[in-house]
Design a protein around this ligand. Structure first.
Ligand code: UD1
Ligand code: CA
Length: 456
């Protein structure tokens, strides 16, 4: 195939989003709409990607600052033809151009490849059949089914309004033809715009073949113009992800109650209960079970681990056969080795917990290194912060921390040490010994009575 240029049209205002955020930056599946289009474009291995931007341009550029994109400003939007004209100085004379729309997130690379195959020395248009074609450009065909023109809705005759084959806006053609046709566009039409679609009639006039490839996947060519469109597209995208996971053998208790806002990969026999949200890159090993109502972001969870309901996991690695939750919160920088148990209302932050250790109830363990087979009792707090600086807590293998203890960092609890319940430990505790630090005396007052309600 010849050299490829891709032009993405993204200058439209998105008025109907009623938002200060440019339309193409609204997210589908946790990724900006334009990000989806760019991913598709990049997968086609083009020589250049040119994005025509306008409304809110700088914010759009910043959002994709790390991408290898040629940005072209269309300061005033005078139509799709005018938009592509702005890209002309960057087009390679010996290349084909694929035109994509920045607000069509579910566009499929395979459909683009097929279109590009059709575009060898021809103009290839991606079309679809729309039950209600109102607003779309109609594909006009002659008696031999050959495409002769695209007529915009506002310019179409009553007869043409009945045509249900419509233009997706996605097309491909050789640049030699494209640049020539663009130079001949005018705006003598109902909207006073320079229509890209007018190049179809020009091609016919120039004896260049025009082909319209009809796609049956309407969602993959549907653009987003409103929050209603956005919400619908999100559901379609999510149901496609859920179906893929089901096809791979993942058990989803309800595919309609799953949200993947990033990339989720699963081993064999993974089970996911309802209302779970996965963000960023999440990897679940074989036989992992995620119970209902978990939010899991940038995590990898190894085989056999079970996550109980209402658990939040962010930027955390979890080893094999761990038991986490319910109601656990694992914050960034946390690493849990195999066979660890983290129970309810336990918050971990930047904590590395080694094999077989248990933190089962109501604890905060932050900036800590916890050895093997450590038991941390209910209500234990690592006091890692003095209001200005953070310090580390080290708890060595086989230590036992009694309930309701505070470990004031920096501090080391030695191997096999025991901390008595209710202790506030401020200095290192030696290995293998019992250390406690409590109020000196325990008093009982005989004959003491509880206060009574005063009767009125
Ligand atoms: C266009 C097509 C129509 C097709 C429809 C599919 C033309 C003249 N019409 O309609 O045949 O059925 O798309 O949705 O091409 N854009 C710019 N600059 C502009 C105008 C538009 O960048 O000056 C961008 C928009 O941001 C959008 C895309 O081009 O991504 C399509 O624009 P839009 O106004 O939605 O399409 P229509 O002109 O209504
Ligand atoms: Ca449109």
């Amino acid at each position: 195939m010849s050299k490829l240029n891709i032009v993405i049209l993204a200058a439209g205002k998105g008025t109907r989003m009623y938002s200060d955020l440019p339309k193409v930056l609204h997210a589908v599946g946790g990724k900006p709409i334009l990000g989806h289009v760019l991913d598709c474009a990049k997968s086609l291995d083009p020589h250049k990607i040119i994005v025509v931007y306008g409304f809110g341009g700088d914010i759009v550029k910043q959002a994709f600052a790390h991408e290898n994109i040629i940005w072209v400003n269309q300061a005033e939007q005078h139509g799709t033809g005018h938009a592509v004209q702005q890209a002309v100085p960057h087009l390679d004379a010996d290349a084909d151009t694929l035109i994509l729309l920045g607000d069509v997130p579910l566009i499929e690379a395979q459909a683009c490849r097929n279109l590009l195959k059709q575009a060898q020395n021809r103009l290839a248009i991606l079309s679809f059949n729309k039950a209600d074609p109102t607003g779309y450009g109609r594909i006009v065909r002659n008696a031999m089914y050959g495409v002769t023109a695209i007529v915009e809705h506002k310019d179409a005759s009553e007869e043409q309004h009945k045509i249900t084959e419509v233009n997706t806006g996605i097309m491909a053609m050789p640049n030699a033809n494209l640049t020539q046709w663009l130079s001949r566009l005018d705006n003598h039409n109902a909207q006073g715009e320079y229509y890209l679609t007018d190049i179809v009639a020009m091609a016919v006039k120039d004896n260049i073949d025009v082909v319209a490839e009809i796609t049956s996947d309407e969602w993959s060519v549907t653009g987003i113009n409103s929050k209603t469109d956005l919400a619908q597209m999100e559901r379609v995208h999510q149901s496609r992800i859920a179906n893929k996971l089901l096809q791979q053998g993942v058990t989803l208790k309800d595919p309609a109650r799953l949200d993947v806002r990033g990339a989720l990969s699963c081993g064999r026999d993974v089970e996911i209960d309802v209302n779970c949200v996965f963000e960023g890159t999440v990897t679940l090993g074989s036989n992992v079970k995620i119970a209902a109502n978990c939010v899991i972001k940038n995590a990898d969870i190894a085989a056999g681990t079970h996550i109980a309901p209402f658990t939040h996991i962010d930027d955390t690695h979890i080893g094999e056969n761990a038991r986490i939750g319910p109601y656990a919160r694992l914050r960034p920088g946390t690493t849990l080795a195999a066979e660890t148990h983290i129970g309810n209302f336990v918050e971990l932050k930047n904590a590395q917990v080694d094999v077989g250790s248990k933190i089962n109830h109501l604890s905060y363990v932050g900036d800590s290194t916890v050895g093997k087979n450590v038991n941390i009792g209910a209500g234990t707090i690592t006091c890692n912060y003095d209001g200005a600086n953070k310090f580390r807590t080290v708890i060595e293998d086989d230590a036992f921390i009694g309930s309701d203890s505070q470990l004031v960092a920096p501090i080391t609890i030695g191997r096999g040490a025991t901390i008595a319940a209710g202790s506030t430990i401020t200095r290192d505790a030696p290995a293998e010994q019992l250390t406690f630090c409590r109020a000196k005396e325990q008093k009982s007052i005989a004959g003491w009575k509880r206060p009574q309600k005063i009767k009125k």
